[in-house]
Design a protein around this ligand. Sequence first.
Ligand code: ADP
Ligand code: MG
Length: 577
Amino acid sequence: PIMKETREFQAETKQLLDLMVHSIYTNREIFLRELISNASDAIDKIRFASLTNQDLLEGDSDFEILLVPNEATHTLTISDNGMGMTYEEVVENIGTIAKSGTKAFLEKLKEAGTANDTELIGQFGVGFYSAFMVADKVTLLTRAPGQEKGVKWESTGDGTYSIEEIDKEKRGTSIILTLNEEYRQSEKSDEKFLDRYTLQSLVKKYSDYIRYPVKMNFIKEEKPRDAEGKVIEDAPVETTIELRTLNSQTPLWTRAKKDIQPEEYNQLYQSLFYDWQDPLEVLHSKVEGAVEYTGLLFIPAKAPMDFYMKEFEAGVRLYSKNVFIMEHCKELLPDYLRFVRGLVDSPDFSLNISRELLQHSKQLKLIGKNLEKSILKTLETMLSKDRSKYETFWKEFGQALKAGVYSDFTSREKLQDLLLFPSSNQPDGATTLAEYVSRMPESQKVIYYATGKDQSAVERLPQMELLREKNIEVLYLFDRVDEFALDALREYKEKKFQSVSRGDLNLDDIQAPEAKQQAEEVEKDNESLIKAIKEQLSGKVADVKVSSRLKSSAVCLVSGDNGISLSMEQILSEMNN
Ligand code: ADP
Ligand code: MG
């Protein structure tokens, strides 16, 4: 047998623990949600695995989560008969932080100092470690199916933990929290974590949708009743123990839409996706026909901290008739919608479908197409009905849509009307392409844009002078993907996009014809000067021309009509460095 040993937490874990112990986070009750959700995940795992290997169940398939408060020992125990952990798994899952999200959290925290811990914790759902917000000591007992020995893990959150082999008859995991002083006799009713009614209401609040029964013993001390149900006054008090199920277990999405309150959607969203904010938008759809499914999708109000990092895992959850199949199904929605959270439940998904098979699933494709359509529809409606809400969305996730325009050519058309850009008309605001076009004078043939790192950089461009003078609106592209997106679109409503720093500005129709003539005359008069400049700069520039696009600047660099743009050139040269 493996002897008891004491190990150090990984540095990052220590940091997180320290934060949990000393945090001023007020919403500490969420530890219960975290532990119940872990228990439910563990049951999901064994239930799924047992589909192909019945033996794992060891004859115990009455899945349940049990809460046992004990006033005498100041402990609260949360037990499950899910997929327990082996010794190595405990070390791996509990002793280290593997989740990229948590790593991102810690990085953010370093950046932000400690001022807004509270928001950050809520935003992340730091899972297991949240137990240390309310407990002095956390003990974990677990046994994986088929293992002879179980494992005991224990820590007081001080930077080390002990781990040893033990005998454990029941498969699954028990987490024993020895509550810290503050919560042994809290005054606040919602912080009495040993009080059965407090626990009951917390389960209702946070874990009602959990698909497995969360049970607790209620002790009743009553005088018995007679056959007619009347209390027998002179009989002694009888103590009965009643095991009650605390959660309703009906997954929210299976209920009729009209019976669901907005708060219920919000709560489900928050607990499933670790967000402390309500979602910006909820899409709940039930479809029967060629395919049958229920989709419950959310557009978050804020991009998760790791959204623009490589580690970010996109994809919705899949269920089949309420049974969980997988966590991040990336195959369902196109990549540009990777900000969408949610789940899809369909009897057409087979339970033991693999990721490989999933890619070829016709049903999945059909469902994905439908959902994509309704998400786009929702965004279009938001844009036309609630502009400021859409701008909030755009600020958070606009990049994903822009990336969709240049990387996913099948979606270009669908996305072009959802794009927003600042422009010389509204430098801090945003315009759609349609709005820009509607303001174009009839003589204007192209859509002008200027790239730069910010407004003042763009407005200092010598090329802007003439356009400003002529009162022609110019789109401002501050984001490096913007130009890729416009390049990919090439045109909007048959108006080509034209960079102010590329080629001829095509202003002939807008400016007076004399100007062009004038330029030609200047060119003729100065033929020898231009020739001299060309010779001086030969090999460095392709051509030297007299320009009608300058007002007060003496010269400007432009790209040729067919050459790559200046900003693209900058990006490329940065990449080479
Ligand atoms: P997450 O649930 O997001 O993975 P947690 O910090 O809540 O992160 O849990 C970390 C890991 O510990 C889980 O991924 C799981 O592998 C393991 N774990 C936690 N609780 C249990 C449990 N009750 N049964 C089995 N494994 C568990
Ligand atoms: Mg968890």
